[in-house]
Write a protein that binds this ligand. Structure first.
Ligand SMILES: Nc1nc2c(c(=O)[nH]1)N[C@H]1C(S)=C(S)[C@@H](COP(=O)(O)O)O[C@H]1N2
Ligand SMILES: [Mo]
Length: 230
């Protein structure tokens, strides 16, 4: 019997090729450090520290998962490898940094100035990774070199590229968003269509869709210029 192709989550449409993508103000921002992994661990922790070589002590994991941008494009079947977030948390963050109890609001900072957040609980899901390869190649600049978060159950804007810092806080106070506050949901779960806070996800499908192609072209233009200048 033929296997039925897996349905996409509500409101999503498949795209064949994954574009470099994001909010347009990040289209011309690129990471400085693309071949050396270094992630600082901070927030309400006893011992702030930097993770780099320590990551290599963890067992590597691979997974194939779909990717869903809030603007409704999805790419199926991406193969990632790297480290499971839960392993990083349990084997490195907890014993070495010693987060305060209740430090469960997690802020992710990126080299291009982008930042996003997720509840610790969501980050500890089985399929959440810190990835350094995509489809068998080292992660390139387009898709988040040298290290990015992969959280397939959450919209793209939670999947931080060019990750540089992870902070564990007891409250949201330290998170100064750069975007309109409604645009980012606290959790952003794809299955529940949590595209934004307070605005119905079904409505936002139609708001975002017309901007996909022009945004992808804008990011592509800047990426080509960056690659030529480098
Ligand atoms: N550092 C950083 N991470 C980011 C973004 C960004 O602009 N900067 N954009 C987010 C959004 S909205 C999406 S859809 C995905 C896109 O990932 P891609 O460029 O690998 O397709 O990255 C997310 N992570
Ligand atoms: Mo996105």
């Amino acid at each position: 019997m033929m296997e039925k192709p897996q349905d996409l989550p509500p409101g999503q449409r498949a795209r064949q090729v994954m574009p470099r993508f994001g909010m347009s103000q990040f289209a011309d921002r690129f990471p400085e450090q693309t071949n050396h992994i270094s992630v600082s661990i901070g927030g309400d922790v006893e011992y702030p520290l930097n993770l780099s070589a320590e990551l290599r002590d963890l067992s590597r994991v691979s997974q194939t998962s779909d990717f869903h941008c809030v603007t409704t494009w999805s790419v199926r079947g991406l193969s990632w490898s790297g480290y499971r977030f839960a392993d990083v948390y349990r084997d490195l963050v907890v014993p070495l940094a010693r987060p305060a109890s209740g430090a469960e609001f997690v802020l992710l900072r990126c080299q291009d100035g982008f930042r996003t957040s997720l509840p610790l609980e969501d980050l500890l899901a089985e399929d959440v990774m810190l990835a350094d390869t995509l489809n068998g190649e080292p992660l390139n600049v387009a898709h988040g070199a040298p290290l990015r978060l992969v959280a397939p159950g959450h919209y793209g804007y939670k999947n931080a590229k060019h990750l540089t810092a992870i902070e564990f806080w007891r409250d949201e106070f330290h998170f100064r968003p750069w975007y309109l506050r409604w645009m980012m949901h606290q959790r952003g779960r794809v299955a529940l269509e949590e595209r934004a806070r307070g605005v119905p996800g079904t409505l936002l499908r139609h708001v975002y869709r017309p901007f996909i192609d022009q945004t992808a072209r804008l990011f592509d233009r800047h990426l080509k210029r960056f690659e030529i200048d480098r």
